[in-house]
Design a protein around this ligand. Structure first.
Ligand SMILES: *Cc1c(COP(=O)(O)O)cnc(C)c1O
Length: 217
């Protein structure tokens, strides 16, 4: 199946980049995919998944968590502050921390629920007005605010502009992570995950290359 092929390609990209085997975490992005496709990938052994919508994840994952051990679900879509409580209940990692109002709500919920989700700050590397994420210049200040709130941030995440070469964006993210003492780099999707691995990605978010095209209708 496609999952095996993606795993092989990740291993080859790790090796080509001189990186440790297994150093890249594959997040299988299951948003809007039919249940049977997700179950096939669960049955093939994949345990880390990405979702974009709180409500959709709420409907799908509690049942699968009961049936499959060791499932981890990562939030990779924009997160509304009023969904912080549900997000902390549902997700093992959040890749889209991008503003102080959300940071405050997450910090309160993390304290209240006694959970410790992995957190990534989304950076708008292309400075696209319609896209979420902090601007590179604002990252150090935002990170300091997150730390003051007691949040433990593991890394950075980006979605490069669709029509551009992603390499400069991956490099910017890597430099920002290094300069700010962060180890995690969530970057690379179906079209460019091997490139992202060459540029240092620790987490790749691969959807359609594993599950097939998404049907939003
Ligand atoms: C949907 C999505 C992905 C997966 O995209 P594919 O091109 O299907 O691999 C990765 N990251 C984010 C943030 C997404 O929204």
């Amino acid at each position: 199946m496609e999952l095996e092929d993606i795993r092989r390609r990740i291993a080859a990209a790790e090796q080509a980049a001189g990186r440790t085997a297994g150093s890249v975490t594959l997040i299988a992005v299951s948003k809007v995919q039919p249940a049977e496709r997700v179950e096939a990938v669960l049955n093939a052994g994949q345990r880390i998944f990405g979702e974009n919508y709180v409500q959709e994840a709420q409907g799908k994952w509690p049942g699968w968590r009961n049936r499959f051990d060791g499932v981890s679900v990562h939030m990779i879509g924009p997160l509304q502050s009023n969904k912080a409580k549900a997000a902390v209940q549902l997700f093992d990692a959040i890749h889209t921390l991008d503003r102080i109002s959300l940071a405050r709500k997450l910090a309160a919920q993390i304290a209240e629920q006694g959970k410790k989700p992995e957190l990534f700050i989304q950076v708008n590397t292309g400075e696209e007005p319609q896209k979420a994420g902090v601007l590179a210049d604002d990252l150090p200040g935002f990170l300091a605010s997150c730390r003051e709130l007691g949040l433990s941030v593991q890394g950075l995440m980006c979605i490069p502009p669709e029509s551009e070469d992603p390499v400069p964006h991956f490099r910017m993210l890597r430099r920002l992570a290094r300069d700010n003492g962060l180890a995690g780099l969530s970057m690379g999707m179906s079209a460019d995950f091997e490139t992202a691995i060459a540029e240092g990605a620790t987490h790749v978010r691969v959807g359609s290359a594993i599950f097939g095209a998404r049907n939003y209708s």
